[in-house]
Structures are given as structure tokens and as C-alpha cells.
Design a binder for this molecule. Structure first.
Ligand SMILES: [Zn+2]
Length: 207
């Protein structure tokens, strides 16, 4: 049963949708001009930015974390090859409310509620890379759009908002921009995660 639950992540279909919507609607993404300008100005350095692992985006305290759905994989919701990130959630316990942590030093560049991805927060590292956190149960309200964040800061809480029934984090890494239309490239987060970590299993739960 849990095998079907963990596959219920519907976040991949709109990979670059946020900035596309922002360009047309203006108010859907709170990406301030300062943040946007900084990111664009430093864009040429984007591909040099990954000189070390990201901070793991979920609090590992207590363990019981699994990564059952990898980048580019298929599932009933995503379709073949449609998964733009990795899913990280509890394996054998309820992970709702688990702290989600900033994976880089940067800025909280945007947030939005989408039908598929649920509550979303986006970090920008200032050198052209963006990190998307989907399905949040709640935002950490002490951090607001435009605020600077440091690696490990709590930015939200794990949940199942949007098109999923399994409380988990769908985590994406974008280089250059938040959509392919704008020249961005979505990449596999796995090589950038600081694995292995005790209590974190790459694969399905084994309860
Ligand atoms: Zn996912």
C-alpha cells in the first residue's frame, strides 16, 4: 500500500511554470526586482556554483527518511521521465510538519500555492541557481519573500498540499532560470545532496 502512496506526487508537470506565470500576471510570484536583478546579473557564474554539496533540504533529526522517486523517473502521476526532482519523505511514520531547511545561503525568492505543487517556496542562491520546495504543509512565517536565508534555516514544513497524498518534499534544482523557456535547465539534485546520511534511505520504505 505504501508503495502506491509514495508515488502520488504530482509536481513535475509544471516544471518552469512559476516565472512564466509571473511574466504574464505580475503578482503570482513575489520575486522582487533586487533578487531578480542579482540573479540575472550573476547568471554567467551559474555553472560554476556547484563546488560543494547542498545542505540536505529536510531535517534529518530522527531519521526515517526515504527518497523513493528519483529525477527523471516515472510514476502514475508524472508519466514516464516526467519527474523534475526528487521526493524526500518519511518512510514509516508521518512526516507532516517536519522542518524543511534552506539548502544554500541565498534569498527566499518566491512562494505560491499551485494546484499540483501545493504550497511552494523557491530559494535563489544569487549566482543563478534556484531551488524549489513543493507540497509544504506550511511556510515558516519568520522568513518572508526577499529575506536572506542561511544554509540550514527552517523555511517551511513538510506536507501533502497539492496533488499528493503522501507528506513529502518534492525538491528541484534549476540552473540559470526557473524554466527551460527562459534558458533554465532542471538537473538531478542527487549528485548535489550530501549523501549518504544516517537515517536517510535512497529507495522505497522498508517498514
Ligand atoms: Zn516529486
Amino acid at each position: 500500500m505504501i508503495g502506491s502512496v509514495v508515488r502520488a506526487c504530482g509536481a513535475a508537470a509544471f516544471g518552469g511554470g512559476i516565472l512564466t506565470h509571473a511574466a504574464g500576471g505580475g503578482s503570482v510570484l513575489s520575486l522582487g526586482p533586487t533578487v531578480q536583478g542579482a540573479a540575472l546579473a550573476m547568471q554567467p557564474a551559474a555553472r560554476l556554483a556547484f563546488d560543494g554539496p547542498l545542505h540536505f533540504p529536510v531535517d534529518v533529526t530522527g531519521g526515517d527518511l526515504v527518497l523513493p522517486n528519483g529525477f527523471g523517473g516515472s510514476s502514475g502521476v508524472h508519466g514516464s521521465g516526467g519527474h523534475n526532482g526528487v521526493d524526500i519523505g518519511n518512510g514509516c511514520s508521518d512526516g507532516r510538519g517536519r522542518p524543511l531547511l534552506a539548502c544554500v545561503d541565498g534569498v527566499l525568492a518566491g512562494e505560491r500555492v499551485l494546484s499540483s505543487a501545493g504550497r511552494v517556496r523557491i530559494l535563489a542562491d544569487g549566482v543563478g541557481n534556484f531551488y524549489r520546495y513543493h507540497h509544504l504543509d506550511a511556510y515558516e512565517l519568520s522568513v518572508r519573500v526577499g529575506d536572506r536565508v542561511r544554509r540550514g534555516d527552517v523555511i517551511g514544513y513538510m506536507g501533502s498540499s497539492g496533488n499528493t497524498s503522501w507528506p513529502h518534499l518534492h525538491f528541484e534544482v534549476w540552473i540559470g532560470a526557473l524554466s527551460t523557456r527562459e534558458g533554465g535547465e532542471v538537473v538531478d539534485p542527487m549528485p548535489r545532496l550530501p549523501l549518504p546520511i544516517d537515517g536517510v534511505t535512497v529507495g522505497p520504505p522498508n517498514c
